[in-house]
Design a protein around this ligand. Structure first.
Ligand code: SAM
Length: 358
């Protein structure tokens, strides 16, 4: 308790302090790390080491029940769980549209990425609907003032895609819908594409345009299928997507503390989990290199290099539009070789983990 008080005393931002207090309540232990809102972070807020850490040292431990998964969501909100299950059954019976030309092009690009996870522990076809369902559970948590709300209300993302989704200016029936050019594209979409291009000038604008188009289609599909049936929010949907991690082929999760860690091609932490008989116990964040005190911690969300280690602009487009993170041929070197140091009880999921894609 004394240690916790000392920890909060050193956090100056009230939101960070509230988040850490919540972490303690829910059973997350942060022995070597702290969330800080600071200009020193690449994204204005990130996780920093609070002491010198040696490779292999555990700095954060998160119990499984703290993570937002479809299974945990259904356990906390059983009636919403039933409604979502019902919707899932309805949706999977319906003929899925073959998708637009844009989506087909993007699917070709996506084949370069690891395969998308297929199913979860929450039932048949569940993995297909994780984005929609985790968003609904997150909204329900806020609505019911569930303890998770302290964390969920702090989700943030600051990039042209999130701005576009927050403004809702891409849909024709939106009163704030801005100019449409003769080619049918809204001015707000072109603004987002231009803003992205300024952030990452090495990525061709047509690739950014395609990726933005795909995401908007997915948001549209989501609103069409879920609005007026269960809690929905395009903004939270987009936030959830940027914070989720695929743990196994069956389970996608948003994990508190883990989701506060920013991306770098040269990560310095990795995640491991304790699992017995296919049941998760807890997640650990482990130093993958020696880390001095007060250093920002990084995970590598995705690799943007090809088989030969060269910067791949398709993958870079993904990083840019999924998380708002720019990259360039010169700014991305191969990740540092990491020595696996987790105990034998812990299975490293660094290689299995993929941040899910829309
Ligand atoms: C999983 S969250 C990480 C925590 C986030 N910074 C926060 O304060 O909630 C992912 C988001 O963080 C930001 N981010 C992460 N790594 C970044 C980087 N290297 N450069 C710029 N923004 C980054 C992006 O907005 C991204 O969508």
């Amino acid at each position: 308790m004394k240690a916790a008080l000392l920890l909060f005393a050193s956090i100056t931002n009230p939101k960070d302090a509230a988040f850490h207090e919540w972490c303690t309540t829910i059973g997350i232990t942060c022995t070597g790390a702290q969330v800080r809102t600071t200009p020193q972070s690449v994204a204005g807020r990130g996780v920093f080491s609070t002491k010198d850490l040696v490779v292999g040292e555990e700095l954060i431990k998160i119990p499984y029940h703290a993570a937002l998964t479809q299974g945990n969501g259904a356990m906390n909100f059983p009636s919403l769980g039933k409604e979502l299950l019902h919707l899932r059954e309805q949706n999977s019976q319906q003929q899925q549209p073959s998708g637009s030309a844009l989506r087909r092009i993007w699917n070709r690009i996506r084949r370069k990425q690891p395969p998308i996870a297929k199913e979860t522990n929450a039932g048949e076809n569940a993995q297909e609907y994780w984005k929609e369902e985790l968003t609904s559970y997150a909204l329900e948590a806020i609505e019911q003032d569930h303890p998770w709300s302290t964390w969920i209300e702090q989700w943030q993302r600051n990039d042209p895609m999130q701005t576009l989704v927050d403004q809702g200016t891409w849909t024709h029936d939106n009163p704030v819908y801005t100019n449409i050019y003769p080619n049918g594209i809204a001015e707000s979409i072109l603004t987002a594409v231009n803003d992205f291009q300024e952030m990452a000038p090495d990525i061709p604008d047509y690739k950014i345009g395609a990726a933005v188009g795909i995401r908007l289609e997915l948001v549209d599909d989501y609103l069409f299928q879920y609005s007026n049936k269960v809690p929905t929010s395009a903004s939270l949907f987009s936030l959830a997507v940027s914070r989720a991690v695929g743990l196994t082929e069956r389970v996608t999760a948003i994990i508190p503390m883990h989701d506060m860690i920013n991306h770098s091609a040269q990560s310095n932490v990795e995640m491991a989990y304790n699992e017995k008989d296919g049941v998760f116990g807890s997640f650990s964040l482990i130093a993958s290199v020696d880390i001095p005190k007060d250093t920002e911690l990084f995970l590598r969300y995705t690799d943007v290099t090809d088989d030969e280690g060269k910067w791949d602009d398709d993958k870079a487009t993904w990083l840019l539009t999924q998380w708002g993170i720019p990259s360039s041929p010169t700014g991305n070197t191969a990740p540092v070789e990491e020595e696996h140091t987790a105990s034998s009880r812990e299975k490293s999921v660094q290689d299995d983990i993929h941040l899910p894609k829309m």
